[in-house]
Write a protein that binds this ligand. Structure first.
Ligand code: NAD
Length: 516
């Protein structure tokens, strides 16, 4: 029997928490009562609408882009380390207001407190990274074939970056983009998920305070709220040099061609269908812990959630029984309760998708363990969706295994040879994250080699989720090919110029060409 934490906060208590958190970060935006019209700010904890907020009209989005474009003309010539001071101040404010912002993440996205605090920590980490980056935006000097010439590349700010984000990382993805874009000299217009407007208002308030504290133009970062039409305005506006969009493959299919059609730049971070291979040489204790966190954490609502377990047939029964035993111990319930490890699904549609996927898996020969809806106690209401994470043993890969269902479902497939396991890992259309559990270095290296995992992230002896900001984050195939966060992901936010300087008295042409 899954342990259930039984007391949920009331909608009124959550409203009071929202007001306190927004007041703490200095947000002065007016909140409307539920039913007042506008964008509904709901919580998956109880399923209630807590407030309404005013959505941005298309004219307001147009004005926000105009202001960000105007601010860009000043920001791009501000020295990068001075731009870094703004991001450094934002990082300090995030440290001060970590708990308040995390509480909003829990209220709007349903993350357990530890994960919500972790998400804000990720924002702090990327601010630190970006401050360092502000003194490391470098180009190369390249050997010229011509005497008395210098060949080099320089990196310049790109322009306005339109940032479109998903509900499940309501603050970290904005920070990954914004911290790096700002030190690169770009300005940002952010359209958060329509499901998480309150966390966005809090982030915006902190950015505006940081800008005021360091005398930076406030229009370096603008927020626009609303449904997809608001995002579409960013997608289609030629003043937006880069559209960095995080969300479903469906969204990416719409956004990618539209931005390409106007020759804008696009950075896509889309859905994943992540797998872990467990070989007979694995440390099974470690594997079980890594698998349970990756598959059931965040109630299966991470882009990097482990969705497919590819396990050697000789250890499949033991591994599945250990995972299902661990699942039975997972407390499901109020994400604010520190004992809880699995919070709610985001909304009705998400629950419906989970039920549909489990039915399809059964029809395709799967044996389903878990996955039931959980009644979490006296305050449980119809509109909230808590579920037991599911494990589904599949006879072979099938249609349902190839799709990303944004819920805690772990499909288990077996293999005989490592080649077969790697082929299974790579057989889906998405290519975000992957991992192998093995203590055999030949198996590990094979998984990381050119003919190994085809994903943007390939791990050894850790799960598929929980990336650090220092590496570039993103995936291949339908995941969209974008890279964000650390390493040299900053290059996506800048334009490169190749410069040749002739300091000689001659005018030799390249490739030995003579002209006149
Ligand atoms: P979603 O695609 O429904 O929405 C994401 C954002 O795109 C929202 O702000 C939405 O309003 C906007 N949007 C939707 N259609 C649009 C359009 N045609 N033009 C412009 N904007 C549009 O995604 P979601 O349900 O919020 O998030 C879950 C999905 O996001 C999952 O597929 C998950 O894997 C993915 N995700 C990926 C990453 C990553 O880094 N790869 C990170 C987080 C989430």
């Amino acid at each position: 029997m899954t342990t259930v934490v039984s007391k949920l906060p009331t909608a009124d208590a959550l409203r009071a928490q929202v007001r306190d958190a927004l007041a703490a970060v200095g947000s002065t935006v007016a909140l409307g009562e539920p039913g007042a019209g506008g964008l509904a700010a709901s919580t998956p904890i109880t399923g209630d609408v807590l407030f309404t907020v005013a959505p941005s009209s298309i004219a307001e989005v147009d004005a926000a882009i105009g202001e960000a474009a105007h601010a860009f003309s000043q920001w791009r010539v501000t020295p990068a380390p001075v731009r870094g001071a703004l991001v450094g101040r934002l990082g300090q404010l995030l440290v001060e207001h970590k708990a308040a912002l995390a509480s909003l993440v829990t209220i709007e996205a349903g993350k357990i407190t530890s994960e919500a605090l972790g998400e804000v920590q990720e924002m702090i980490d990327i601010c630190e990274f970006a401050v360092g980056l502000s003194r490391q935006l470098y180009g190369r000097t390249i050997a010229s074939e011509r005497p008395g010439h210098r060949l080099m590349e320089t990196w310049h700010p790109l322009g306005v970056v339109g940032v479109i984000t998903a509900f499940n990382f309501p603050v970290a993805v904005w920070a990954w983009n914004t911290a790096v874009a700002l030190v690169c000299g770009d300005t940002v217009v952010w359209k958060p998920s329509e499901l998480t407007p309150l966390t966005a208002l809090a982030c915006q308030a902190l950015l505006e305070r940081a800008a005021a504290d360091v005398d930076a133009p406030t229009a370096v970062g603008r927020l626009v709220l609303g449904e997809r039409e608001v995002g579409e305005k960013l997608v289609d506006d030629p003043r937006v040099a880069l559209v960095s969009a995080t969300g479903s493959v469906r969204m990416g299919r719409e956004v990618g061609p539209r931005v390409a059609g106007r020759f804008g730049r696009v950075l896509l971070e889309l859905g994943g269908n992540n797998a872990a291979i467990v070989t007979p040489a694995a440390d099974l204790d470690l594997a079980v812990r890594g698998i349970v966190f990756s598959a059931a954490g965040t109630a299966g609502q991470r882009c990097t959630t482990l969705r497919r377990l590819i396990v050697h047939s000789s250890i499949a029964d033991e591994l599945v029984s250990r995972i299902t035993a661990a699942y039975r111990q997972l407390p499901v319930g109020d994400p604010f309760d520190e004992r809880t490890l699995v919070g709610p699904l985001i909304h009705t549609a998400s629950y419906r998708d989970m039920v549909g996927a489990l039915q399809q898996a059964q029809a395709e020969g799967g044996e389903v363990i878990g996955g039931e809806r959980v009644d979490v106690g006296p305050d449980f209401e119809e509109g909230a969706f808590y579920v037991k994470p599911a494990v589904v043993r599949m006879p072979s890969q099938s249609a349902v295994v190839h799709q990303e269902t944004f819920a805690p479902i772990l499909y288990v497939l077996t293999y005989e040879t490592l080649d077969e396991a790697i082929a299974l890992n790579n057989a889906v259309p998405q290519g975000l994250s992957s991992s192998i559990f093995t203590l055999d270095m030949r198996e590990a290296e094979r998984f990381l080699a050119a003919d190994g995992s085809d994903c943007g992230i390939a791990n050894v002896n850790i799960g598929t989720s929980g990336a650090e900001i220092g590496g570039a984050f993103g995936g291949e195939k339908e995941t969209g090919g974008g890279r964000e966060s650390g390493s040299d992901a900053w290059k996506a936010y800048m334009r490169r110029a190749t410069n040749t300087v002739n300091y000689s008295t001659e005018l030799p042409l390249a490739q030995g060409v003579h002209f006149g």
